[in-house]
Design a protein around this ligand. Structure first.
Ligand SMILES: Cc1cc2nc3c(=O)[nH]c(=O)nc-3n(C[C@H](O)[C@H](O)[C@H](O)COP(=O)(O)OP(=O)(O)OC[C@H]3O[C@@H](n4cnc5c(N)ncnc54)[C@H](O)[C@@H]3O)c2cc1C
Length: 200
């Protein structure tokens, strides 16, 4: 079975893992590495040490669906609403900017990182934290990925989902790869045997 490494356990990495699992149910072993101690990235949620119920979102705090994206991503919103990950924002927020007509806002009752955790769960991926990727080298038909303080591992494909400045800090093959703009981030897929990853 092919092994795919997704670097980054933020929204992009978790959704990528989930969609890859749904697209190729029994064909790939998906592994997610993140340098942090938990899932979320810029959608992280901090918990009070005395009460897990007491949370604070440190990055994104609510999700807004424009009429256009609300429609084309309808199945994503329906899934998250059905799992109680999202709930419509009904309260008035003081000082909130006037919004586009038809825009819908959602909040996350269990913290914004619950969106990321939902997709990681759905992906069935092996998720490893405190794995800070430093180098990627081509090795035969695959990729050898080095992480700080650990033993390098081989993968058939690697998907990088971190912000561009962090991608550019990587050593090895990254400097010679082509970047594909994807919404507000840039993702880079390294694959010799899975063309599907080139479009991620
Ligand atoms: C303060 C703030 C408020 C925001 N508010 C909103 C909002 O209200 N609504 C909204 O929709 N969006 C909001 N956003 C934007 C939203 O948070 C981001 O667009 C989204 O979380 C980006 O997800 P990502 O997975 O692409 O990147 P990230 O969340 O950055 O994930 C990248 C992951 O890669 C990991 N990583 C990086 N380098 C390495 C490495 N070398 N090895 C291993 N792992 C690595 C990082 O630890 C991180 O977990 C906000 C962002 C911020 C910062």
């Amino acid at each position: 079975m092919s092994r795919v490494l997704i670097v980054g356990a933020g929204l992009t990495g978790s959704l990528c893992a989930c969609l890859l699992r749904r697209e190729m149910p029994n064909k790939v072993k998906i592994v997610v590495w993140d340098k942090s101690r938990g899932a979320g990235g810029r959608m992280s949620t901090s918990r009070c040490p005395d009460s897990a119920e007491c949370t604070a979102d440190l990055g994104a705090q609510y999700i807004s669906a424009t009429p256009y994206y609300g429609q084309i991503h309808q199945s994503f919103y329906e899934e998250l609403l059905a799992h109680n990950v999202l709930k419509p924002l009904v309260a008035n927020v003081e000082g909130m900017m006037k919004k586009e007509e038809g825009l819908r806002d959602f909040v996350t009752p269990k913290g914004v990182s619950s969106i990321v955790k939902h997709y990681l769960r759905e992906s069935g991926a092996e998720v490893l934290f405190e794995h800070h990727v430093t180098h990627i080298h081509q090795k035969g038909a695959g990729w050898e990925v080095h992480w700080r303080g650990g033993v390098a591992e081989q993968f058939d494909a690697v998907v990088l989902t971190m912000p561009v400045p962090q991608i550019l800090q990587l050593q090895g093959v990254v400097s010679s790869c082509e970047y594909t703009p994807l919404h507000n981030t840039v993702s880079l897929a390294l694959s010799t045997s899975h063309p599907i990853l080139h479009t991620v």
